[in-house]
Design a protein around this ligand. Structure first.
Ligand SMILES: Cc1cc2nc3c(=O)[nH]c(=O)nc-3n(C[C@H](O)[C@H](O)[C@H](O)COP(=O)(O)OP(=O)(O)OC[C@H]3O[C@@H](n4cnc5c(N)ncnc54)[C@H](O)[C@@H]3O)c2cc1C
Length: 427
């Protein structure tokens, strides 16, 4: 266990140190091939294995290997979504996930495009150093307090020396987060009460932090709380109140070589920071996956899977954070752990029973997806707010799980062969 966390929300450097320490402790570094990008995965039905092509150090010459089983941990929020109109801007520009650490924003006129999860972290961090900051907001977010306090020496000592204290503290965080799912399940008495409480917390936070009534109104969301991701921040509203920060809510109609044009005119800027989110439909792209009869091409309006872990048409392929396994209320690491436990059971079963090919049946996938979509219809995620959780029409929610974490644990805790078509080695 890592006992040196400095804050409730510790920074990137501390999290990286923790991940490194875990990798070292469990001696996994020797199994990792660094700087290696999987480019294609092709199923060989005769041999019942995947043929994988990998580029090492971005080399065009691909290395090849085979694998009986593939597990994709390619990540869900990974490929920056960059609107093409920003190609026309000739000044300095970068996406939040491709931060240019060589660039100094000191004294510059900077535009941040977006006001979502990434923007609310970037804006308070850069506002004190830039000369002027223009924030382009399409939709205001629901924001609740973060309370990112440093851990006291006493707290750290308790965590270090009192048995089970870390586990109890972690469990308490989990339970509180799980309870927030109540605010997402519509048409229940608890939803009304829990929803009112969450809304009161967010409204109170905004009312206290934003003293200018006009700015406050422009920062007030009009959609149902939870339909888009609820954000946590203590420093975003104070940053928006700064004299050198301007909120622009007019629609961006064009981007020119030196600035951004809205319905109400053009603003020249030195730097554009695109806090424009990620392409969540990419899944494993740009890597290509060729199954026995079809290529993997996710269609958000009709994306189906079984438990978000396997897909018909792609035997012996398991996904971590596949479709419908993101969360709006708790840590996705829990979901990844459930998935890994399920996959380990599946692989053990394949080894024990000498299975060469395991592919989810189309009817299992269909029935799972239908039930899940019906459940999701009763959540706030389907209240049509234009979120990235759903397809363009808002009909098919493909990014999120429809229940709390415990329900996903329950759905994945036991691997059964019944939903799968199976081929055995000896046949
Ligand atoms: C701004 C932001 C905020 C977030 N906040 C939260 C949060 O508050 N709570 C939460 O639970 N989650 C949050 N997430 C989600 C976060 O993605 C997960 O918590 C976690 O990092 C997912 O782990 P992962 O291993 O699945 O994916 P990642 O951490 O994205 O790792 C994927 C890895 O796969 C590699 N990869 C991809 N394709 C290939 C390929 N073809 N060949 C070889 N390697 C490949 C990538 O290089 C990367 O190393 C946030 C994400 C972002 C971007």
């Amino acid at each position: 266990m890592f006992l040196d966390w400095t804050h409730k929300y510790s920074s990137q450097g501390e999290i990286l140190d923790y991940l490194r320490s875990v990798a070292k402790k469990y001696d996994v570094l020797k199994s990792i091939r660094f700087n290696s990008e999987v480019r294609t995965m092709t199923w060989n039905d005769k041999e019942s294995h995947w043929e994988v092509e990998v580029s090492y150090n971005n080399s065009p010459e691909l290395q090849r290997f085979t694998a009986d089983i593939l597990i994709s941990g390619a990540g869900a929020l990974r490929i920056p979504n960059v609107p093409s109109q920003f190609d026309r801007f000739k000044g300095e520009k970068f996406h939040t996930a491709r931060w240019n650490y060589d660039s100094s924003l000191k004294g510059k006129r900077v535009a941040v495009v977006g006001s979502g999860a990434s923007a609310i972290q970037v804006i308070p961090a850069i506002a004190p150093e830039v000369s002027e900051l223009l924030v382009y907001q399409r939709t205001p977010s629901w924001i609740v307090p973060r309370d990112n306090h440093p851990y006291s020496s006493l707290f750290k000592a308790v965590m270090a020396y009192v048995p089970f204290s870390q586990k109890i503290y972690r469990a308490a965080i989990f339970v509180v987060k799980e309870l927030t799912f109540l605010t997402f399940q519509r048409n229940t008495w608890l939803y009304d009460k829990a929803g009112q409480l969450s809304k009161w917390v967010a409204d109170n936070h905004r009312n206290k932090s934003v003293t200018d009534p006009v700015l406050r109104e422009r920062l007030t969301p009009k959609y149902q709380m939870g339909c888009k991701r609820i954000l946590t921040s203590d420093d975003f509203y104070p940053a928006m109140m700064r004299d050198n920060v301007t909120l622009i809510t007019d629609k961006i109609v064009d981007v020119e070589s030196d600035g951004i044009v809205t319905q109400n005119g053009k603003e020249k800027v030195d730097v554009v920071v695109m806090a424009t989110g990620f392409d969540v439909t990419a899944f494993m792209a740009p890597a290509q996956i060729h199954g026995p009869v079809k290529q993997f091409k996710p269609d958000p309006s009709n994306l189906k899977s079984y438990l978000g872990i396997t897909m018909n048409g792609f035997p012996n392929l398991f996904m971590l954070l596949g479709p419908n396994t993101g969360l709006g209320h708790n840590s996705v690491i829990f979901m990844i752990e459930c998935q890994m436990d399920y996959i380990i059971q599946a692989i053990r079963t394949m080894m024990d029973k000498d299975i060469s090919k395991l592919e989810v049946k189309p009817e299992s996938e269909e029935s799972f997806s239908k039930t899940l979509q019906a459940t999701l219809k009763n959540t706030v995620f389907s209240t049509q707010c234009g979120s990235w959780y759903a397809d363009a029409k808002g009909d098919n929610i493909y990014a999120l799980w429809g229940g709390n974490c415990v329900s996903y644990w329950n759905a994945t805790r036991k691997f059964e062969l019944e939903p799968f078509n199976v081929t055995y080695h000896n046949k």
